[in-house]
Design a protein around this ligand. Structure first.
Ligand code: PXL
Length: 265
């Protein structure tokens, strides 16, 4: 079976990160191997949470994986809450990425123009260096602007100009997520010199974990041989269905993605 390493946090509530990546990648037919960056009571969007960094443990785990002789068809990188974890992820990629390993970096740093709680400028700079080596990055528009060191992106033209800047720095392909206009939400895909827009109806505003779900479906799709664009179409439809079915008062709880996992088999 194809094997994916997933470097991300484990949050007990607020469906995101490993709690969405593991079921999605598994149901899509690949082995999902978690390397947790941190364990949280719940994701950081809630008013209160407790977080425990696994900065020391991560590299010990990776050393054990090396002893097991494991190798990966894909590596998916997401949330960090400490700069040391970013260095460990960089080292992990150096150790485990082979020529045919797909590296997907979801540069989880910010949303709606604000950095996530605990995220520093130094961490953003390090995240940018991971992105420059990635095959695919999946920033939302706030993260895209941080990576490109530009003003916030509000239009397709803004997104294209930031995207092109990152491509010129060495990023191979980009899925810029969450451009909202007139009730439509669009993901803009930069690949092989082309720009394609994949859209869905915008239903209900912000929800926890939609970016993590998108990156997970893309990872599952690409390891099973789908193109990036096909994977983004599948992910966008999946999220639209799940958000439409979701009935939660607090959007920090995330979406009812479990209901549609069968569609990804
Ligand atoms: O969904 C992104 C994310 C992942 N992990 C944690 C978070 C967030 C966003 O707030 O807090 C712990």
């Amino acid at each position: 079976m194809k094997k994916c390493a997933i470097i991300n946090d484990l949050s007990g509530f607020g469906k995101c990160s490993l709690t969405v990546a593991l079921p999605i990648i598994s149901v899509m037919g690949a082995e999902a191997h978690p390397l947790p960056t941190a364990v949280l009571s719940n994701q950081t969007g809630y008013d209160s949470y407790k977080a425990y960094s696994l900065s020391d443990e991560m590299s010990l785990f990776a050393d054990e994986w090396k002893k097991l002789g494991c190798s990966f068809d894909a590596i998916l990188v997401g949330y960090f809450n400490d700069i040391r974890q970013l260095y460990t992820a960089q080292h992990f990629i150096k150790e485990f990425k082979r020529d045919n390993t797909i590296l997907i970096v979801d540069p989880v740093m910010a949303d709606n123009g604000s950095l996530y709680d605990g995220f520093t400028k130094e961490m953003c700079d390090k995240m940018k260096s991971l992105c420059l080596n990635a095959d695919v990055i999946t920033p939302n528009l706030s993260e895209l602007a941080i990576l490109a060191e530009e003003k916030p992106c509000n239009t397709v033209d803004d997104v294209i100009s930031c995207g092109n800047k990152l491509l010129s720095l060495g990023v191979k392909s980009i899925v810029a997520t969450g451009l909202k206009k007139d009730g439509i939400i669009s993901n803009i895909v930069f690949e092989n010199g082309e720009v394609n827009i994949v859209s869905a109806n915008e239903v209900g505003g912000y929800y926890s974990g939609t970016g993590d779900i998108l990156a997970s479906v893309i990872t599952g799709g690409m390891v099973r041989g789908m193109t990036l664009l096909e994977s983004v179409r599948l992910a966008t439809e999946f999220i639209e269905k799940a958000v439409t079915a979701t009935e939660v008062e607090n959007h920090n709880e995330g979406i009812y993605f479990e209901r549609y996992l069968g569609d990804l088999i």
